[in-house]
Design a protein around this ligand. Structure first.
Ligand code: ADE
Ligand code: ZN
Length: 342
């Protein structure tokens, strides 16, 4: 389906939140090469073109290998600031007014970069975006599920020194063979320390991993969750409990989680009344930021005007903002819709 210019403008302009975004996945080739030069880090690829050509993936693991290699250019606090600022400026242009941002501490601490360096650089950029754009943000450090539990425990200890800057703990990286159950105890400790929890589940892994994330990790949201559709009881449960799913259509296409966006579970889930949202995951690698994700899925599955409003409202309802803050943002969506229609 081809969407008309006015609908495209409506989608681009609608106030939205982004809830599934890995800050390391926003490192654009140009900045990656600049940082490599600045820090004298050798990369396998040395032009923007070569990097773009390398971004063709058969599955999640092929992507992760390149994504972790790309992150090796990040050394100083200024590097983390620059990367985060570039994302926030872009998000602002796309009318993202609230963002809940993942970062992968172990990707950096395992290379000898201190946790303080990473979080200070990211946090400064968030502060500046609030001042300059009025864009609010929350931080979600993710534990790498393919590393051992001991490393996750150490990372959680580091995170605990920055409680005031952190909203929740997440779980990401290579899913199959690393079920949520592996991190049950660590997530218990995280919750005892006052953190909310989220987890990637059902991206490449089975619906059973989504159940585990809910029952064992007590997550407030499921990141991806595509394979939930294989389990009718699970879909009913997600619907009854209003557990949000943070979908990333272009990521799913690039990582072959779906063969065609027309077959993306979003439409079915939306029709079943699930709390689904649209996000960009790793936009520098998957060919689009949040608006491109909205537009591609809208074209492929024929999203309706009202469904776009629901998705934008869901993005705030599924966030970790207070009820009062959510209402403030949702009013903005309603006002935008009303003014657009006039
Ligand atoms: N880390 C960054 N992007 C990811 C994804 N889509 N799935 C799992 N881990 C990730
Ligand atoms: Zn992700």
């Amino acid at each position: 389906m081809h969407i008309n210019k006015s609908f495209e403008e409506f989608i681009k302009g609608i106030p939205k939140a982004e809830l599934h975004l890995h800050i390391e996945g926003t490192l654009e080739p140009k900045l990656m090469l600049e940082l490599a030069k600045r820090n004298k880090v050798k990369l396998k690829y040395d032009s923007v073109d070569e990097l773009h050509k390398a971004y063709s993936f058969k599955n999640l693991q092929e992507f992760l290998d390149i994504y972790y290699a790309g992150a090796t250019v990040l050394i100083t606090e200024q590097d983390f600031y620059d990367m985060t600022w570039a994302y926030l400026a872009k998000a602002h242009l796309q009318n993202v007014i609230h963002a809940e941002i993942f970062f992968d501490p172990q990707t950096h601490t395992n290379r000898g970069i201190s946790f303080d360096t990473v979080i200070n650089g990211i946090h400064k950029a968030l502060e500046d975006a609030k001042t300059k754009f009025g864009l609010t943000a929350k931080l979600i450090p993710c534990l790498l599920r393919d590393l051992d539990v001991e490393s996750a425990v150490q990372t959680l200890n580091q995170v605990c020194s920055y409680k005031n800057w952190i909203a929740a703990i997440g779980l990401d990286s290579a899913e199959v063979g690393n079920p949520p159950s592996k991190f049950k105890e660590v997530f218990n400790t995280a919750r005892q320390n006052g953190f909310l929890t989220v987890a990637h589940a059902g991206e490449e892994g089975p619906a059973e991993y989504v159940w585990e994330a809910i029952n064992l990790l007590k997550v407030s949201r499921i990141d991806h969750g595509n394979n939930s559709l294989d389990d009718e009881k699970l879909v009913d449960y997600l619907s009854e409990q209003k557990i949000p799913l943070t979908f990333c259509p272009l990521s799913n296409l690039k990582l072959k989680v779906v063969t065609d966006l027309k077959k993306h579970p979003l439409k079915t889930m939306l029709e079943k009344g699930l709390m689904v949202t649209i996000n960009s995951d790793d936009p520098a690698y998957f060919g689009g930021y949040v608006n491109e994700n909205y537009l591609s899925i809208a074209e492929s599955i024929g999203l309706l005007h009202d469904e776009v409003c629901v998705l934008a409202k869901n993005s705030f309802n599924a966030s970790f903002l207070t009820e009062q803050e959510k209402q403030f943002y949702i009013n903005k969506v309603e006002e935008y819709n009303k003014n657009f229609n006039e």
